[in-house]
Design a protein around this ligand. Structure first.
Ligand code: SF4
Ligand code: SF4
Length: 422
């Protein structure tokens, strides 16, 4: 047996807990999960059926943990998991799954399919079966601190521009600040208006906040590639930064997987609870608005809709907050079909958008989101994840649709009431 196969098998065996075993013994192969997955619905390729993506782990369970499998193994007639199996599933798991979690919502037997897919991804990552683009991004995240290779020099340049544009100081490494904000790579490279919006909003609300030069990056490539050890290292970097500055709350930016990594998986990755609170920026904005600390003014007359980022709504339960924030500043807001917890993914989550090999497939599966947007005849789409924003902008452009995609934090910043309004 090759060393990499042994590594992969080692992970699959370690991850084979009672929950996973009960899932495999419960699955009746009804195929209901297929219709929930945009990689299946937009390609009609049965290989993209969610439960099929777990096949390496199911095969191992069948051979080593089920009664019939053990009997077959004893008789020497079982089909062992091979290195070729791992190589074959690399494309299905990395290119053909955005880890959106929609399949886990529909299984009548309660199989948490996406959770098992993540375990398979973890095994593939440890065995060295991961796409080149993601491997490079993860290496840069470990070595440089950012998957795009962004350093403090770039961050400082962005800060300088934001300070010039807003006339506001961007606080850096302020010990004892109440809030520590993080930025995703996309927000640094593509959407600096996010930082500009934070500066305006926090100035309006009179909030003490800071960035950390040790931990400005929110993107967690370890989660995207499926390597729990690296995911933990990247979470620990944020924890160390927050502890050093003694902040009370860390703000996850408009980035779906960063929120999942830090808010929900982080304590498991590092094996301990945080000494601070983690909130998504939308949770904070809603909280400040409810307390009357944040006041907005003006109304958007354009016809707008909201794209729920999977990690934020389905994994994080942040469904009412964006609607609470949008309601007072829109008069022509329409919901997508299947909005909220049953939203359809943009197609680029789970590292798909960082995986060049998956580009064509990503654009194919974007057809689902395109149809949802087109049928509403909206002037613009609002969202709260910079990755979704980038994927939707690319998808709409490649379909020659001139529909802008806006960040919700930025919209709120544009509608801040004058400070004198009380
Ligand atoms: S919906 Fe559930 S029971 Fe049906 S095939 Fe998928 S995982 Fe198995
Ligand atoms: S997590 Fe989403 S993309 Fe992945 S198999 Fe399930 S429904 Fe499909």
């Amino acid at each position: 047996m090759s060393e990499r196969l042994e590594r992969g098998l080692g992970v699959l065996r370690a991850e084979m807990d009672k929950k996973v075993m009960s899932f495999f013994s419960s699955c009746v192969r009804c195929g209901v999960c297929a219709e929930s997955c945009l990689f299946y619905t937009e390609t009609n390729d049965p290989r993209y059926t969610p439960i099929y993506k777990t096949e390496p782990m199911r095969k191992l369970w069948m051979n080593e943990y089920s009664f019939w499998g053990k009997l077959k193994s004893a008789l020497g007639i079982s089909e062992s998991l091979t290195e070729a199996d791992l190589a074959d599933w690399e494309e299905l798991v990395y290119d053909g799954c955005s880890m959106c979690g929609r399949c886990s919502m529909v299984c009548p037997l309660g199989v948490d399919i996406s959770m098992v897919i993540f375990k398979v991804k973890h095994a593939l990552a440890v065995a060295g079966f991961s796409p080149e683009g993601l491997v490079g991004a993860t290496q840069r995240a470990v070595d440089i601190g950012s998957p795009m290779g962004i350093t403090m020099t770039t961050v400082n340049a962005m800060i300088k521009h934001v300070e010039e544009d807003t006339g506001l100081k961007i606080p850096m490494d302020v010990e004892g600040a109440e809030y520590m904000a993080l930025l995703s790579s996309n927000e640094i490279a593509l959407y600096p208006e996010y930082l500009e919006s934070l500066a305006k909003i926090f100035d309006h609300a009179g909030i003490s906040w800071t960035l950390s030069s040790d931990a400005f990056e929110a993107t967690n490539s370890g989660l995207q590639i499926g390597n729990k050890k690296i995911a933990g290292q990247l979470v620990q970097r944020v924890v160390d930064g927050a502890e050093k500055l003694k902040v009370k709350t860390v703000i996850s930016p408009e980035c779906g997987h960063a929120y999942t990594a830090l808010r929900w998986e982080g304590p498991n990755f590092i094996g301990k609870a945080y000494p601070f609170r983690v909130v998504h920026i939308l949770e904070l904005l809603d909280e400040l608005t409810t307390k009357g600390i944040l006041k907005t003014t003006g109304i958007e007359t354009d016809r707008l809709t909201f794209h729920d980022p999977c990690s934020i709504v389905r994994r994080g339960g942040i469904q009412s907050q964006p609607r609470n924030l949008l309601a007072p500043i829109t008069e022509n807001f329409v919901e997508m079909t299947d909005h909220g917890s049953m939203n359809w993914c943009c197609g680029g989550g789970g590292g798909v958008s960082s995986n060049e090999r998956a580009e064509a497939l990503k654009l194919t599966v974007f057809n689902r989101k395109k149809s949802q947007i087109e049928e509403l005849e909206v002037d613009a789409v609002v969202t709260a994840c910079s990755n979704c924003r980038m994927v939707m902008e690319d998808g709409l452009e490649s379909n020659e649709l001139d529909i802008p995609v806006l960040g919700l934090t930025e919209m709120i910043a544009e509608h801040l009431a004058p400070k004198t309004a009380g």
